[in-house]
Design a protein around this ligand. Structure first.
Ligand code: ATP
Ligand code: MG
Length: 297
């Protein structure tokens, strides 16, 4: 099966193309189609990972259901049989990798929760002893578990730019105090329930990013949720704080890109077959570990 890098769905109006998803307007709803695009170092690579979009969609669906008692979500249906008539001709392209969702007014904030010190959190901590203004004990090492999970919002980046960590006060300035508090509360509750589940599957949920939006019904969880693209999962058995942990899904990609000394500028290179294959296996493994089910692509 070749990788699906870009979709074109009949006469549908393309609402937006993200790094990974193509979004279409379908009446009052949006159709989110997860392609097989993969990004690394803020660039979409020339090669996709066949079936990756299906894995991401299926993992998100698992979590939306798992979390529905904590937070409502944007899902209308992911069953192509229930899609509007005009989409039926695209069954093959849409099956398993798409969702019809409620169109939400997205909050301009990435809701990040960190249970461990990694990535931009580790950088912040080294520079300031705090993450997003939240002071932490001294002497923590990279990848150490935090005394308790922390909420560390970031601004949503414009295309190709890095997200930027912000303080809770800056978040309040963007969305208001009541919404900021509600989003922090929801994010921490979701992280707690999801990390307990991940732990029982042999995975550490080091950190993750949620995107919320609002509809007439109030705040809903939107976008993708708790996938390897939006979260750092680490295999529990290999956890060794004091340095970076191997990325569960993209380690082969990163190792390869470092090995060819790419300057991290466009155009992004492609990947050799063995790196594609090993990466595909990691995404599938994440699905299998988290859901206890297998997926054939
Ligand atoms: P990255 O995730 O790598 O930062 P990205 O967020 O630009 O890239 P994608 O994940 O590919 O892009 O596309 C998803 C886009 O759809 C995001 O901009 C997200 O905010 C938006 N989105 C998700 N769910 C909804 C929804 N229910 N209503 C409106 N917009 C949504
Ligand atoms: Mg996204």
């Amino acid at each position: 099966m070749p990788a699906l890098l870009e979709t074109e769905i009949g006469d549908l109006v393309l609402h937006a193309r993200g790094k990974v998803r193509d979004l279409y307007s379908v009446g009052e709803f949006l159709l989110l189609v997860a392609t097989d695009r993969i990004s690394a170092f803020d660039h979409v690579l020339a090669t996709g990972i066949p079936g990756k979009g299906k894995v991401l969609t299926q993992i998100s669906l698992f979590w939306f259901d798992f979390l529905k008692d904590i937070v409502p979500n944007h899902l209308v249906t992911a069953d192509v049989g229930e899609y509007p008539e005009e989409l039926r001709a695209y069954d093959d392209e849409l099956r398993d990798r798409s969702m019809l969702v409620k169109r939400a007014q997205m909050f301009p904030v990435e809701c990040v929760v960190r249970g461990y010190l990694s990535g931009s959190g580790w950088k912040d901590y080294q520079a300031t002893g705090a993450v997003c203004g939240i002071p932490l004990p001294s002497g923590l090492r990279e990848s150490d578990k935090l005394p308790e999970p922390i909420f560390t919002p970031a601004t949503k980046s414009l295309h190709g730019k890095h997200d930027e960590n912000i303080s809770f006060d800056q978040m309040i300035a963007l969305v208001g105090a009541k919404t900021a508090q509600a989003l922090r509360h929801l994010s921490l509750a979701i992280y707690q329930k999801a990390s307990d589940h991940a732990e029982s599957c042999g995975l550490i949920l080091a950190d993750t990013k949620f995107e919320f939006g609002t509809t007439a019904e109030g705040i809903i969880l939107a976008d993708e949720v708790l996938t390897p693209d939006s979260s750092r999962f680490w295999p529990r058995g290999q956890y060794a704080p004091g340095g970076a942990q191997p990325s569960f899904d993209k380690q082969f990609v990163r190792d390869y890109l470092e090995s060819i000394c790419w300057n991290k500028q466009a155009p992004a290179p492609g990947l050799p077959d063995d790196v594609v294959k090993k990466t595909q296996e990691k995404y599938l493994q994440a699905y299998e570990l988290l859901t206890g089910k297998s997926l054939s692509l």
